[in-house]
Ligand binder design. Sequence first.
Ligand code: BGC
Length: 245
Amino acid sequence: MELLGIDIGGSGIKAALVDVEKGVLVSDRYRLPTPEPSVPDAVAGEVAKAVRHFHWTGPVGCTFPAVVKGGVALSAANVDKSWIGTDIQALLHNRTGCPVLVLNDADAAGLAEIEFGAGKGEKGLVILLTFGTGIGSAVFVNGALVPNTELGHIEIRGKEGEKRAAARIRTEKKLGWKKWAKRVDEYLGRLEYLLSPDLFIIGGGVSKDHAQFLPLLHTQTRIVPAKLLNEAGIVGAALAARAIA
Ligand code: BGC
């Protein structure tokens, strides 16, 4: 079965058709810049453009970088605050005409990694973290997702973890890999202390550079890079849309 996956991020909206039995893209990857300001109406317009690009009328899975419950955004850390309380599913359904399922972006990436990537067959407590504009988290217990965990907001030295250790902070503050890895190490250490996971999966755009920083980390927990790189969000969105297919 093929479904359309859409990944809404802080800088881009990416869409592709996904073979949900194999977990692979079966079309080109269509990308549009996220409008600024990233208000609901403008973003929904771009999502509708992406759907039209594929001449798609079937179910759509869509990620969003916030807490999403029953299709409604309940937070907005790195997007326009007007999203809070917006029924994203209803909005996108109205604009695209397609049935739409919306879920948190890191949860989607996690679903893709657990089914087809670095988390395949892993039991126990698995934590996938996406390092990008913020830090997203997807927590799995014996393969089952605990949605909307928001571990990027855990406080470290009086600041939210993602404000110290997201990949964006490395580029903004021009930190070398070693300095940034120290921050990531401290952040992961805090998660270990609180949750005693069995596996960390490191995702997000920066995971392609894992050779630069994974060897610099000192966690006791096994730690591996994500396998689906920047396709995880699109694939996971499509996998989630099986629920409405
Ligand atoms: C948001 C999360 C999101 C993460 C990655 C955080 O700021 O609160 O919902 O998953 O960024 O985009």
